[in-house]
Design a protein around this ligand. Sequence first.
Ligand code: MG
Length: 242
Amino acid sequence: MKLDWNDIDSVLLDMDGTLLDRHFDDHFWLEHVPRTYARKNKLPLGRAKEQLYALFRSQENTLNWTDLDYWSSRLGLDIPLLKREVDHLIAVHPHVTDFLLFLRRNGKAVHLVTNAHGKTLDLKLRKTRLGPYFDGIVSAHDLGLPKEDGRFWERLRKKAPFDPARTMLGEDSETNLSTAQAYGIRYLFYVSRSSSALPPSPSSRFISLHYFSQLIPPAGSLEIDLQRDCSVPNKLIAEVRT
Ligand SMILES: [Mg+2]
């Protein structure tokens, strides 16, 4: 597949796992919170994990999933404070700033579009200093729907206008790419290396990238041959295009 950047005006980028290393979030929710919860409630760590993982799963695909105030009150813990305790793990994926600079240089409208809660966003933008690279930053909490809900994209479009046929979305969630695809967003890329602590896992449905540098064309060109740079079988690229 040839990607011609002349065909794209708007770029929507997810935050956690896409631009930032998901290792922070995994460590926070799967280790740090259960450890603190176990200590506070005098539970063995295994029991605490069992209870919390079930609780987390019960809120999957809802805004509660990322709502720090919800989890603070549900678990009786100060979740924003706990996040700050491990904020040294917040990290930008390799080549992300190069990609954001490329987009700015070429006049693309770039929006950070995240399910993350405002308090998480504040902490992460403070730590990573990525804020100035974006024309706008939209939290799903401001729109009242998570990206997993197909109606999200129409609401987003009212706040940050884009032409779906000339828009690119980068995500580490196949579910969110699917709702965007159903809405008509044309250029969809799956980030297969969402956490530095896990092996990359390519999507079977969307073109997968290890790094956004794979979308930066050689100097002097705005076209890129994804077949060369993405380790995706030709058959799959053909399917994605149709
Ligand atoms: Mg994500």
